[in-house]
Design a protein around this ligand. Structure first.
Ligand SMILES: [Zn+2]
Ligand SMILES: [Zn+2]
Length: 248
């Protein structure tokens, strides 16, 4: 029963995150702030910060919960009832495999998220939200995973997803897709679709290196930087609207 409760808990948070992600994934940087552990109120002064933005985000998230929860039930059912490649004994495949499988999980999900994100970006928000969660379940069918390791990875994914939105830019690493990289995604939309690594953005030509103004808190909050960001957001929004019109 404990395991069942844990699963329920994990999946509830999964939908919670993906719902929130649906709002944050197509909007500029300041909208992310709703799920911060550390909330920098300075962002509320940002020219692109909407009136009642927090309430708006919470409302949108709650509207998405039921649909995403229902769509996720078959996955949970399969995982709990042994229909996936999750296994019970950590020694079944040896200890080194535990490390290898964790790495494979991150790479596999990063690759899938990259493409879900890139292909479905913007027009199909709710679909994208649900599909962004699918790779984490799909991994249990593709990669044999020790069940508790899977739960650990699942928890990690949730924490990580919040962290890349926290705007604190702790790491400056060419391989890790951190909050600096992801903030570019929220202001210029068509770059840095990755979740954990920068590999796939580099391979498929959507990588954009964060500049010094993103890593330095003083520069980041300077009027010049804010002006530049707002201009880019406006420009990219107009460009995407135009592209959408051409498609429709
Ligand atoms: Zn985001
Ligand atoms: Zn996005």
């Amino acid at each position: 029963m404990d395991t069942v409760m844990l699963y329920a808990n994990e999946y509830f948070f999964d939908s919670l995150y993906t719902s929130i992600a649906s709002i944050t994934s197509t909007t500029p940087l300041p909208r992310d702030n709703v799920i911060r552990f550390y909330y920098d109120k300075d962002y509320m002064k940002h020219p692109r910060f909407l009136k009642n933005q927090h309430i708006l985000e919470i409302k949108t998230a709650f509207k998405a919960f039921p649909i995403i929860t229902i769509l996720t039930i078959p996955w949970i059912y399969a995982e709990i009832n042994g229909k996936t490649r999750l296994y019970d004994d950590p020694y079944e495949r040896g200890v080194p495999y535990l490390f290898l499988s964790a790495g494979l999980f991150l790479l596999f999900t990063d690759f899938c998220i990259y493409w879900v994100h890139r292909l479905l970006h913007h027009p199909l928000q709710k679909v994208e939200t649900y599909l962004s969660s699918v790779p984490y379940h799909l991994a249990t069918i593709v990669i044999p995973l020790y069940k508790w390791l899977y739960l650990g990875l699942f928890a990690f994914v949730n924490v990580w997803s919040v962290m890349i939105h926290d705007g604190n830019y702790l790491s400056r690493n060419p391989v890790v897709n951190g909050s600096a990289h992801h903030s570019i995604h929220h202001t210029a939309f068509l770059y840095n679709y990755g979740q954990f690594f920068t590999f796939f953005d580099r391979i498929f030509g959507s990588f954009r290196e964060p500049g010094d103004e993103i890593y330095d808190p003083k520069l980041r909050k300077s009027n010049a930087t804010i002006k530049k960001v707002v201009e880019e957001v406006n420009f990219m929004e107009a460009k995407i609207d135009e592209d959408d019109k051409k498609i429709n």
